[in-house]
Design a binder for this molecule. Sequence first.
Ligand code: AOF
Ligand code: ZN
Length: 386
Amino acid sequence: MRESPCFARCRPDMPPAWIFLVAMTDKELMRRAIALARRGSCGAHPNPIVGAVLAKKGRIIAEAWHACFGGPHAEAAALRKAGGRARGADLYVTLEPCSTHGKTPPCTEAIKAAGAARVFIGASDPNPCHSCRGGEILRAAGIQVKTGLLRRECEALNPAFAKYMRTRLPYVTLKTAQSLDGRIADAAGRSRWISSPQSRRFAHKLRAEADAVIAGVGTVLADDPLLNVRGFKVPRQPWVVILDSRLRIPPKARVFKNDRVIVAVVGKAPAAAVKRLPAHAEVLELPKDRDGRPSLPALLKALGSIGISHILVEGGGKVAGSFISQGLVDRYCCIIAPMVIGGTDSKSSVVWPDRLNAARKTLGVQAEVKDIRRLGPDLMLEVIFK
Ligand code: AOF
Ligand code: ZN
């Protein structure tokens, strides 16, 4: 599959004309930087999304965001746009500027060279290479630095980056698209088009924001999905990971049209079965959990070790159930379509063995609602588990 060029924009990047005319407060300028940061959500990961605004007397003179992994950092891009006008300007940046050479030169050096007068920082960098050093370096150069402006909002931009920096484990987003009665298919397996075009677009945005998309082999056998990003420009399609204990995946499955595919199996995979798979498919041999399925903690560790910082779990019900019941979901986006499937043998969006419920003192796993959104006729509930 061909890779799209590195124009990782989800929205057009022309700012409205008024933005350069109105004098804004410090918080308003940081809010603008936060809005800009979000434009990088399809392309920057596994690096953080970051927005930057340069202003003089509260009026914006340049703005930018980190659009693409490996590309220019937000503050460096804003400084470049401003050129000589950056001298004496105020910089508002959602994440502490970096201070070492990575894929790009340190932003602290660019800020010093440009002659910015003041730097307003939102969140400190969870990356231990930079954490808190950026502010100190700038202060030592005589630049006024204010940290923690809209800190919580700025920190909330990068939950996956923060978790990955802390633990080297990927952040887990679970997505289900289900009926009002929590079903994803009827007893005959009919599942297509439960959710609306708007919901499907949302689901592709979630894929675009992840480094890997995960599904069980049951979903592959039932629907033969592609599991790639469509409708959003991404610098690189996410990895596709199929949980397939006994290597049942058909070699002609459409997921193999993706460049980067991992089939996660239990124990040693038979050489003959591996040979039948397309050459680019990677087989990941994992220990088994108590239900004989690939161990999910081991899977997360393996994916983290190859730089995957954010995974999107797309089902089916048993996969969703395993992630939730093992306490491995960081965020659950539940899309609910206004329909009832009913029946007795219809498939539920979340399935786990009844013995797990029997072993619980209280009913169910409690969650807290973080966001509710309309997606055309559907509803999206974003929750985190307590
Ligand atoms: C970004 N974008 O706008 C800022 C970042 O390898 P590099 O040079 O891209 O550096 C990545 C690190 O730089 C990243 O882990 C983070 O700590 C810091 N700041 N990163 O990708 C940005 N400001
Ligand atoms: Zn930087």
